[in-house]
Design a protein around this ligand. Sequence first.
Ligand code: AHM
Ligand code: MG
Length: 301
Amino acid sequence: MTTLHEYLESADCEPDLCTLIKLIAEQAQPIREAFITHQAYVESENVYGERQAAMDTWSDELITRVLGESGLVRELSSEEQDEIRTFPRAKADYAVVMDPMDGSSLIQTNLAVGTIVGIFGGGKVLQRGRGLKAALYMLYGPMTTLTLTLGKGVCIFAMDHGGVYRLLEQDVRIPDGNLYGTGGGRPDWTDPHTAFIAAIEANGAKLRYTGSYVADFHQILKYGGIYCYPALKGKPTGKLRLLYEAIPIGFIAEQAGGAITDGSVDLLDVEPTEPHQRTPIYVGSMNMIRRAKEIFERSRA
Ligand code: AHM
Ligand code: MG
């Protein structure tokens, strides 16, 4: 089976970008090993006032250190850090956005969690998602998988017992499908979101939601449907973040034939103004995205 290394060589990927992707992918092993010793929450909060799990800070520090030392990354912005990090001596000019441990509130339950990464060129993290050179996520489930796009389709690799990633699936396409997951409590949903969920349920949509965005999205990628974290009453931008959660996953979704929207605009076209901005997210199959857009458009008329 094709290894990640062989795939990158054959994909005509810039050599420094290949090195960077392999370096990030290698961190899955130490991250997996650390779960057992880092189960607890720590005393700190992140910039959003959320309690940090030990794995949030541990994985953030690990990846930040490795990328800083690589000399390949000029800027790094992480969900777990208040400020953008700069590495002025870097010899390459990649800029990385990441959620080092998405779904961390589930670690003690042993449900799947993951690491989400977007890689830009040009040395700046504040860029529109459509400018990404690569996006990937590692999912720590029964298998460790790496879902990757270099902007030319999506591949899924699985790590074998020797720590080598082997190609599981290529040219992944999101099928039209009828699964959905949505964040936010029902009393806090807005009228268009309530109308959308009612419409898809009336059409047979089935709820599947763990509370780990990266895992919930992976299910949508494989089986089709939609993941939503909507605007909520009193929280018009919802919970998830444009740079760390929307953009990399949206880029992968689009490369697999799906899309990402906040209900009106394609989130890959949004110019970020600050690293921690939040956005409502609807990501998944085209049939579901079309339906969401129709309902939101009607609500604005
Ligand atoms: P995290 O990045 O700190 O894990 O927070 C984001 C998580 C997503 O993984 C998940 O979809 C969402 O928060 C779940 O939120 P809720 O508990 O409100 O459903
Ligand atoms: Mg997250």
